[in-house]
Design a protein around this ligand. Structure first.
Ligand code: PAF
Length: 276
């Protein structure tokens, strides 16, 4: 496996599969890399970059876990051909301001991430656009765990068919611990009682998956989250594609939750059964 530390060394690897990550790789990331390998497209390039522009002041940019040596071993074991580990100057050269692409509507849908983390998706689209430009992939892999992010990146790629020709976004289902908690690099900050409370998120979502109509599912989620003493940012049912509030019963819907326990913000989501 090749270790690439500078952007200009990426050009020969274009036409492959990109797996953007912020490192601290766990089984969820391994599933992303395995999905990249399963596309049959080579090379598989994993990027590891803790992107400062998607963190607001006071968020956990400084303390975000950085575990490069074990990340390299995990990426290689999962079948990556190369790992791109740029530094901040490489991604954001002082002499070349990296533009923020226009945000797709799905990024600013009221009541979701943008309401809680304004500016977050501007940072995500900025770095992902830069990574797409540098790596020139024809496939890029993103997890459903960050469901709104997945929809934002899909919309961004669709909006620029000439800039990223033939690029297809490959979604990968969320990987969960045996008890249902969605894997996240930040779970390591949960102490045992907080981890128990965190299970309220998947319990709320599983209840919502089978509850109709959406308003009832939302109150069921809120009740479950409050039972686990979680601070709720949102617990909503939305159209699975547009993330707009649900107006009819014909289209697929998704339950989406963001809640805080101690210093950790948990986000998760679930596909809901179709109500006929
Ligand atoms: O999902 C993440 O880890 C990050 O938001 C991403 C897509 C790597 C951009 O920094």
């Amino acid at each position: 496996m090749e270790l690439i530390e500078h952007a200009d060394a990426l050009a020969p690897l274009s036409g492959g599969v990109l797996v953007p990550t912020m490192g601290a790789l766990h089984a969820g990331h391994v599933a992303l890399i395995s999905a990249a390998v399963a596309t049959g497209v080579r090379p598989v390039v994993v990027s590891i970059f803790v992107n400062p522009t998607q963190f607001a002041p006071g968020e956990d940019y400084e303390r975000y876990p950085r575990t490069l040596q074990s990340d390299l071993a995990a990426a290689e074991a999962a079948g990556a051909d190369a790992v791109f580990v740029p530094d901040v100057d490489d991604i954001y050269p002082a002499a070349l301001p990296v533009p923020v692409p226009p945000l797709p509507a799905v990024a600013t849908e009221p009541g979701l991430e943008d309401a809680c983390r304004p500016g977050h998706f501007a940072g995500v689209t900025q770095v992902v656009a830069r990574l797409f430009d540098l790596a020139g992939p024809i496939r890029a892999v993103f997890g459903e765990k960050d469901y709104q992010q997945l929809r934002v990146i899909e919309a961004m790629a669709r909006a620029h068919p000439r800039r990223w020709q033939d690029l297809q976004i490959v979604p990968v289902p969320t990987v969960r611990a045996d008890d249902g908690l969605a894997l996240s690099s930040r779970n390591r900050y949960l102490d045992p009682p907080e981890r128990d409370r965190a299970l309220g998120v998947i319990r709320a979502l599983r209840a919502a998956a089978e509850t109709h109509p959406p308003e009832l599912a939302e109150s069921v989620m809120l009740a479950a989250l409050r039972t686990h003493d979680l601070d709720v940012d949102y617990a909503v049912v939305r159209d699975a594609s547009t993330l707009r509030p649900v107006t009819g019963s014909a289209r697929p819907t998704r339950g989406l939750v963001a809640a805080r326990v101690g210093s950790v913000r948990l986000i998760d989501n679930i596909a809901r059964s179709v109500h006929t």
